[in-house]
Design a protein around this ligand. Structure first.
Ligand code: FES
Ligand code: FES
Length: 180
């Protein structure tokens, strides 16, 4: 007998109620039950990383997790990156650096990098090289992926600095106006 369970998943900010077998993987649930086929399945053994998604912001192999384990946690898939037709900065960097060829591994690398850069915004190239070694790509030779992630990290750093400078200028101007 199979005991099916009612669970609620939060995926890309949307709540979903599902009745599923406890042994159903998160990857199968995302792809087959929710139609989010951007999450790819390669080895299904935790080796290739094609199925990488973010669970509470941290990269996780969706093929190694049961969907029931993801209840009450925030799941993000590659579908969450673009804003409509507008690619995210990380996706644009992958495109600009030719960091994909067949594209099979790409959703996994994107989510791996997205989670990592949120945690380590000042990541060094060495750290990025180490990061990408956890997923497999059979086409690119990895160098363009490292270039893309590093480029995205540097652009985000520059934009943060710009934002901080603007905020400082604004605070100074308000200070002067208040003292005038
Ligand atoms: S499909 Fe999950 S690690 Fe390969
Ligand atoms: S682009 Fe083909 S496997 Fe990575």
């Amino acid at each position: 007998m199979t005991d099916r369970q009612l669970i609620t998943l939060r995926v890309n900010g949307e709540p979903y109620e599902l009745v599923i077998e406890p042994r159903r993987t998160l990857a199968d649930t995302l792809r087959q039950d929710l139609g989010l086929t951007g999450t790819h399945l390669g080895c299904e053994h935790g080796i290739c990383g094609a199925c990488t998604v973010l669970v509470d912001g941290a990269p996780a192999r969706a093929c190694l997790m049961f969907a029931v384990q993801a209840e009450d946690r925030d799941i993000r898939t590659v579908e969450s990156l673009a804003d409509g037709d507008e690619l995210s900065d990380l996706q644009r960097a992958f495109s600009a650096h030719h960091a994909l060829q067949c594209g099979f591994c790409t959703p996994g690398f994107l989510m791996l990098a997205e989670g990592f850069l949120a945690e380590r915004p000042e990541a060094t190239r060495e750290e990025i090289r180490e990061l990408v070694s956890s997923n497999l790509c059979r086409c690119t030779g990895y160098q363009p992926i490292v270039d893309a992630v590093e480029d995205c990290a540097r652009r985000r750093q520059a934009s943060r600095r710009e934002h901080d400078r603007a905020a400082c200028g604004e605070a100074e101007r308000s200070g002067h106006a208040a003292g005038a």
